[in-house]
Design a protein around this ligand. Structure first.
Ligand code: MV4
Length: 442
């Protein structure tokens, strides 16, 4: 088992990992930038070490400084959290070269899944349904054939893409060449890889993802799904588990296929398969090889501590949970609390002058802020997550409504009012919303 873990992250996820370590009896090292000297993750860790100036590039993304910190503090594991270096193959490799355990999958698996074409091929080989697509776009006749086959619209996507960069929706044939070229240029600039591919564009899907947990002995379990369709500009806003529209049959079917695929790869740790879901069909898009922001809703409905399990798996322990032990019970919803204007979405850093967080039965707040804390302007605007749990979805929504009303954050703008509006809509209450929900919302 690990003796001491360095947490290569900040904010609420650094706290989340710290708490898991504390329960497992593992010592912790926080890293921080000059702007984060007074951050809660620094206060809560056993040791802390400054890795650079405020900008993420020179601190939380500074691999040499983080490796130096890990060596100086003698840690035997590094947890990357999400974002920052969590899906950086080179970071995982360098850590392993220093005989420290990267708490995540093997670097080769980060690499494979980092290429969406390769990821889709692997899933396809394993009978996981994928979005119909064309990977080799060097031949104009093949493109023509593909479009005739699947019918417009189609979408151009970057192989190394993520977060919507290097994507172009094509609605008429004449646009295809221009769209490919501009997607290529954007992909080259963003990912230094201009490889793009085509997919049939699904117009009204839900975004549903499957949570997987695997140990290093070939055991894999599925922890059910999360519906993450409420998002804006590829930033998720609200996630829930289970999805209101999935039957047990559909859930089991996609879980089994996902598990088999992950198992055949020899994948270790936590992972998420992202699907589009339309007309009762799943279409695999990509796999995330990290712990995700929205993991708490899965923890609430399964009762399983995903971060502890992730750390145990990385230490080589055998999974003690079998698929039969996993029963989705009740309902959970997560609202991401951002320091931003609720209408303009402009980030709102600054000092929190008053702070009261909601509590009570079925209310969980994963946040790193406190009264008197100054939200720095250098990083993501998400300052925490409000998670509610109840026996059923409608009680879970009522509890979220109450918890949002109880939440007081003064001194900065937040999206709390926006969440209140969203959860009260008929569309949200029905559970039948799709990925277009926010574009028609005002
Ligand atoms: C799609 C799609 C429809 N059809 N692919 C957006 C981010 C990137 N991961 C993939 N994305 C999409 N790919 C096909 N073939 C629609 C989206 C999409 C989306 C997906 C999930 C959640 C929100 C979204 C918002 C806009 C577009």
């Amino acid at each position: 088992m690990f003796k001491k873990i360095l947490i290569a992250n900040r904010g609420e996820i650094a706290l989340r990992v710290l708490r898991a370590c504390q329960e497992l009896g593992i010592k912790t090292v926080a890293i921080h930038s000059e702007a984060d000297e007074r951050a809660m993750h620094v206060r809560m860790a056993d040791e802390s070490i400054c890795v650079g100036p405020a900008s993420a590039q020179s601190s939380y993304l500074n691999i040499p400084a983080i490796i130096t910190a890990a060596t100086l503090t003698n840690v035997d594991g590094i947890h990357p959290g999400y974002g920052f270096l969590s899906e950086n193959q080179r970071f995982a490799e360098i850590i392993e070269e220093h005989n420290i355990k990267f708490i995540g999958p093997h670097s080769s698996h980060i690499k494979i899944m980092g290429n969406k074409i390769d990821a889709k091929k692997i899933m396809d080989d394993n009978k996981v349904p994928t979005v119909p697509g064309l990977n080799d776009i060097s031949n104009k006749i093949e493109i023509e054939k593909f479009i005739n086959d699947v019918e417009l619209p189609v979408i151009v996507k970057a192989a190394s893409g993520g977060g919507g960069k290097g994507m172009r929706v094509v609605t008429n044939k004449e646009e295809i060449e221009n769209s490919i070229n501009s997607a290529k240029a954007e992909a080259k600039k963003s990912f230094d890889d201009d490889k793009v591919y085509l997919e049939k564009f699904l117009t009204t899907p839900k975004h549903i993802e499957i949570q997987i947990l695997a140990d290093s002995h070939g055991n894999v379990v599925s922890l059910g799904e999360r519906d993450c369709s409420i998002q804006r500009k590829h930033q998720k806003l609200i996630e829930e588990s289970p999805s209101e529209i999935l039957t047990n049959e559909k859930r089991e079917e996609i879980s089994e296929l996902s598990k088999k695929a992950v198992s055949s790869l020899g994948y270790e740790g936590v992972g998420t398969l992202e699907f589009l879901y339309e007309n009762h069909n799943f279409y695999f898009m990509e796999m995330n090889t990290r712990l995700q922001v929205e993991h708490p809703v899965t923890e609430m409905v399964t009762g399983i501590d995903l971060v502890k399990q992730q750390i145990l798996a990385a230490s080589g322990e055998k999974l003690k949970i079998s698929q039969n032990d996993i029963k989705l019970k009740g309902h959970s919803i997560e609202c991401r609390i951002n320091a931003e204007h609720p209408e303009s979405f402009i980030p709102s850093p600054g000092k929190i002058t008053q702070y009261h967080q909601p509590g009570g039965l079925g209310v969980r707040v994963d946040s790193s802020v406190y009264q008197g804390y100054s939200v720095p302007s250098h990083y993501d605007s998400m300052i925490g997550k409000l998670i509610t749990y109840a026996d059923n979805r409608s009680e879970c929504i009522s509890r979220m409504k109450r918890a949002l009303e109880e939440y007081v954050i003064m001194g900065i703008n937040t999206n709390i009012q926006l969440h209140q509006k969203i959860i009260m809509t008929e569309e949200f209450q029905s559970g039948k919303y799709d990925i277009n929900f926010m574009s028609s919302f005002n």
